[in-house]
Design a protein around this ligand. Structure first.
Ligand code: PEP
Ligand code: MG
Length: 568
């Protein structure tokens, strides 16, 4: 019988397949206390299971190959790190030794305890890390109860329906030909969601009813554009699916013709499309699609996936690889923007800040931890020897912050010179304009910034007093609000007059519908995730810049002095 369910989209796309329902690992355990003489054996079983889970992870680590091996490897390393945490092993052992719980009970108790800590954190990214705990404990549990039949063989053409999926599993599923994944839990911020987007694997999360109401072998349409699941579709659904898929193919084909096309308006003005990147995959996609360069390389990723700070060497390698990947096109490395919605596990950002979005984040946090910041600046300076590189500073509010960056940068170059690492020239230093004060007083920043990049995600949140992480406020946080448009016009015009390049790197730059508005306001540099680049290029090629600018002037979006306001 035909049934319809809703879910949240974590990775867009369309698929039709046979359902493969995977019941969650039930950590079903008996509650009885172990008799004294069984305790030692149970401790032994637990140690063996942990060892087996560890070697399984090692094996997987060896096996990951291909374009995403770096990212998948990082997820596996994170899981290995969680598994190696002495507190985890000690806590489990204590539960068996002192509490006389079975190994399986200890695993469930430890899992519940850790998960409840993560669930209580008021931060969507950190909450989504509970999945990692689940996967790691689930792996040890599975080692305790080995399953002779691995389930991921022969899944081509199937839609996996499960409670949750680990990134390493997701990569395997993709190789096995699974066409889409539906999870009852999960979040669009999870590592698996990020990976699914890179692999173009449709993924729906939060499909609460899916596990109970979809049966093995039923046909399922996954519409991960609209967040719909149709089980046992009728002939009309199948016809609509075929049409939608044909549309999608046509659209992709038409767009792929634009891979080598110039980003030029109808009236012949060249617009530069830059890429936002945070992984090697993003960088290679950016290169392949003819991005002008990387306009925003978010460095938080190196810090977010782990509990310790990455070393200078590790950072250097990541930044160098991005520079090499762009093969001579400039790469804009943004210095660490931790804090607010990007809380980390390294202990750098303050955990209990009462109002983190208005707290110690971005450059504020970096200047408060100058040693960590210097390490990052040295890594960036070293990478700058390999190709054109620029530095971008997030959350600038006061000119003194930029001055401090300039000072630290020259000191770091001197430190490197002492280590016989020569930097030919200090990279350009730019300011992110994402705090309304910086936007309004941009003239005070421009003498000390080589370029600007407008972080509209934060600028809109601060200007319209609407939390960017709160879905309920999406209509209030509208980029078309006149205050946003006027402030953007003011930023673009101020930069133009000062002769300083300016780009927009917030999500609105990736919206083809919004592109004509930004063009009309005078923007010539857009930076976006590479997956949106071709759509925006098409919008630009269809735009008449002269007409858009005339419309924009007529609408008077500019932030004019009060006397001029009155005349209009
Ligand atoms: C922004 O604020 O628009 C931006 C690009 O930075 P992030 O989303 O990383 O805060
Ligand atoms: Mg920002």
């Amino acid at each position: 019988m035909r049934r319809l369910f809703q879910a949240a989209v974590a990775s867009r796309g369309l698929a039709l397949g046979r359902a493969r329902v995977r019941e969650p690992h039930r950590l079903d355990v008996e509650e009885r206390k172990l008799p004294e003489d069984e305790v030692e054996r149970e401790r032994q079983l637990l140690r063996e299971a942990m060892r087996a889970a560890r070697s399984e992870l090692n094996e997987l680590r060896e096996r990951v190959r291909g374009a995403l091996s770096h990212e998948v490897g990082e997820f596996l390393d994170l899981h290995a790190m969680l598994l190696d945490d002495p507190e985890l092993a000690e806590g489990l052992d204590q539960l068996v030794r002192v509490g006389r719980f079975s190994a399986a009970s200890a695993l469930r108790m430890q899992r519940d305890r850790l998960v409840s800590v993560f669930d209580s954190i008021d931060d969507p990214y950190m909450r989504s890390r509970r999945d990692d705990i689940d996967h790691v404990i689930g792996r040890v549990y599975a080692a305790l109860h080995p399953d002779p039949a691995p389930q991921i063989i022969g899944m081509a053409g199937e839609v996996l329906v499960c409670e949750n999926i680990a990134p390493s599993e997701l990569a395997h599923m993709h190789e096995e030909g699974v066409v889409a994944i539906i999870t009852s839990g999960g979040s669009h911020l999870s590592h698996s969601a990020i990976l699914a987007r890179s692999l173009h694997m449709p993924l729906l999360v939060g499909a609460h009813e899916a596990l109970q109401h979809i049966n093995d072998g039923e046909a399922v349409i996954v519409d991960a554009n609209d967040g719909q699941i149709i089980v046992e579709p009728d002939p009309d659904d199948l016809k609509a699916f075929r049409e939608a898929r044909a549309d999608q193919r046509r659209e992709r084909k038409a767009l792929s013709k634009l891979r080598k096309a110039p980003s030029r308006t109808l009236d012949g003005v060249e617009i530069r499309l830059w890429a936002n990147a945070e992984s090697r995959e993003d960088v290679s996609q950016a290169h392949a699609l003819g991005a002008a360069g990387v306009g925003l390389y978010r460095t938080e990723f190196l810090f977010l996936q782990r509990g310790e700070l990455p070393s200078e060497e590790e950072q250097f390698l990541a930044y160098r690889d991005a520079v090499l990947g762009m093969d001579g096109r400039p790469v804009t490395i943004r210095t660490l923007d931790l804090g607010a919605d990007k809380a980390d596990a390294t202990g750098l950002a303050i955990e209990d800040e009462p109002n983190p979005a208005l707290g110690l984040r971005g450059i504020r946090l970096c200047l408060a931890h100058a040693d960590v910041f210097r390490e990052q600046l040295r890594a960036i300076l070293r990478a700058s020897a390999y190709g054109p590189l620029r530095i971008l500073v997030p959350m600038v509010t006061h000119v003194e912050e930029l001055l401090a960056c300039h000072r630290l940068l020259s000191e770091c170059a001197q430190e490197l010179a002492k280590r016989k690492v020569k930097i030919n020239q200090l990279p350009q230093l730019g300011a992110m304009i994402e705090v309304p004060a910086a936007a309004l007083a941009i003239d005070s920043l421009l003498p000390h910034a080589d370029f600007c990049s407008v972080g509209t995600n934060d600028l809109i949140q601060y200007l319209l007093a609407a939390d960017r992480g709160n879905d309920a406020l999406s209509s209030i946080a509208a980029p078309s609000h006149p205050a946003v448009l006027r402030l953007l016009a003011h930023i673009f015009e101020s930069c133009r007059q000062a002769g300083k390049p300016v780009a927009v790197c917030g999500e609105i730059a990736a919206d083809p519908v919004f592109a004509p508005i930004l063009l009309g306001l005078g923007l010539t540099d857009f930076s976006m995730h590479p997956s949106s680049l071709l759509e925006v290029r098409r919008a630009i090629r269809e735009a008449d810049l002269g007409a858009l600018m005339r419309d924009s002037n007529r609408a008077n979006f500019g932030l004019l002095p009060p006397s001029q306001h009155r005349q209009h």
